[in-house]
Ligand binder design. Structure first.
Ligand code: PMT
Length: 410
């Protein structure tokens, strides 16, 4: 594979693994990439800019201003120039700054200005790598759409053995090549995602709702956007924010608003992923004024059925369009999920069960089983919703390239 003409910003931070950045630079350049190195002040303690500029054929950028003539190094221009940014090695400190937006050096300002996708390859001691703070920051970065090339096990600078060693340069280059070859990319696909709960008004102060936080749907949106898709995220009420520029967010409140928004955009979409917990019923009439207790001991609310978004999209989809549903079940899980998949004409369905600890509403984790129309089944262990989103997108779109969703990985 070739990286001919690709513009890559290589960020280097202060880790002993910075010595491998020389090899990484060499490999990227050999494959035809133009490499612009941005190094943190700490990074220069581990490898010299002279080595790196000789290998990349470009002056290394480190400070905001050039020492000699005071000219400004534009992180904004770098953000526009790059086709990809790779931070390797990425220390715990730099990962934390990236996650928190602490732009106190040229590398982090470049990251914050970056218009292209970003990969990070962490490198640190094993205790730092598994520290809850590092894990949290890595999850934040993943949620922001950054592709994390996980550290591997091996001997570390401390001479301890364990996870924390930066992935080998050859494997980082392979990940970069896969990215440009579209191996895990979604090219220019347009994907509609529903997320969160719907609220069905009873009166001006009350509603029927559910416990969906939107985390699963937002993780899916981030994953699709990170792979280059244009995402239309139709979300019910949630406190979450969607940072990636590839995500167009449409806020709705009720099932009918979500239905209208989804039907409007689906004809131009390649796929719809329906992770929202949509209320099946709404009050027959919404009281204009707050309903008073008025001495009543009981109160009957008459409900009517809401439109089914998944079923409607399943009816209108044309060949080549995919619909992926979710099922949150409490009993006869697989049977119910398969029934829903068939009734709604879904290509596949993601089953999560409230009987699994850590799965379903509100958690940062989920445990899912993917079921497809052609009878395939694949179960995954409990993972963060960001990682679950990755598994779902891998399975659904790799499989759809082979024309039957969900089946390739089973
Ligand atoms: O938001 P989180 O807190 O992260 O939680 C994630 C989740 C548990 C909400 C999510 O993983 C999930 O399971 N979503 C589906 C919830 C559900 O119970 O769906 P359902 O069985 O009612 O519906 C089946 C499918 O039809 C779903 O894809 C649903 O979005 C869709 N549907 C349902 C009713 C309706 N009127 N319109 C629909 O599109």
């Amino acid at each position: 594979m070739s990286l001919q003409g690709k513009h890559i910003v290589l960020g280097i931070t202060g880790s002993i693994a910075a010595y491998k950045s020389a090899v990484l630079t060499r490999l990227l350049v050999k494959r035809g990439a133009e490499v612009q190195i941005v190094i943190t002040p700490a990074g220069k303690e581990f490898i010299t800019p002279v080595t790196l500029s000789a290998l990349s054929g470009r002056p290394v950028v480190s400070e905001f201003f050039a020492a000699g003539d005071g000219s400004w190094h534009s992180h904004v221009e770098l953000g526009l120039w790059a086709d990809l940014m790779v931070v390797a090695p990425a220390t715990a400190a730099s990962i934390g700054k990236m996650a928190g937006g602490i732009a106190d050096n040229m590398l982090i300002t470049t990251y914050l200005s970056m218009k292209a996708p970003v990969f990070v390859a962490p490198a640190m001691d094993l205790d730092m790598y598994r520290h809850v703070s590092t894990r949290r920051n890595i999850e934040l970065l993943k949620g922001d759409g950054v592709q994390v090339i996980s550290a591997v096990e091996g001997e570390l600078a401390s001479h301890l053995c364990g996870e924390g060693r930066m992935e080998e340069p050859e494997n980082i280059v392979a990940a970069v090549e896969r990215f440009f070859a579209g191996g895990n990319g979604l090219g220019k696909k347009r994907i509609v995602i529903t997320a969160g709960p719907t609220f069905e008004r009873i009166d001006p102060v009350r509603f029927i709702g559910n416990f969906s936080s939107g985390k699963m749907g937002f993780a899916l949106a981030g994953e699709c956007a990170r792979r280059g898709a244009e995402v239309i995220l139709i979300t019910g009420p949630t406190a979450l924010s969607a940072a990636h520029p590839g995500i167009r967010r449409v806020d709705v409140e009720s099932a009918r608003e979500m239905y209208d928004a989804a039907l409007k955009v689906f004809p131009q979409a390649d796929a719809a992923i329906l992770s929202a917990a949509v209320a099946d019923y709404r009050p027959e009439r919404v009281c204009g004024k707050k309903i008073k207790r008025a001495g009543r001991e009981s109160f009957t609310l008459s409900l009517v059925s809401n439109p089914d978004i998944a079923a409607a999209l399943g009816k209108m989809k044309r060949p080549g369009q995919l619909t992926v549903g979710f099922a949150l079940e409490t009993e006869e899980e697989e049977r119910n999920a398969i029934r829903k998949m068939e009734e709604k004409n879904l290509d596949c369905i993601v089953l999560n069960s409230l009987n699994d600890e850590g799965a379903g509403f509100g958690y940062d984790t989920n445990r899912v089983t993917l079921l497809s129309r052609s009878g395939e089944r694949r179960s995954f262990p409990l993972k963060s919703k960001v990682d679950v989103a990755r598994d779902i997108i891998d399975a659904v779109f790799d499989a759809s390239r082979n024309s039957t969703a969900c089946n390739e990985t089973v």
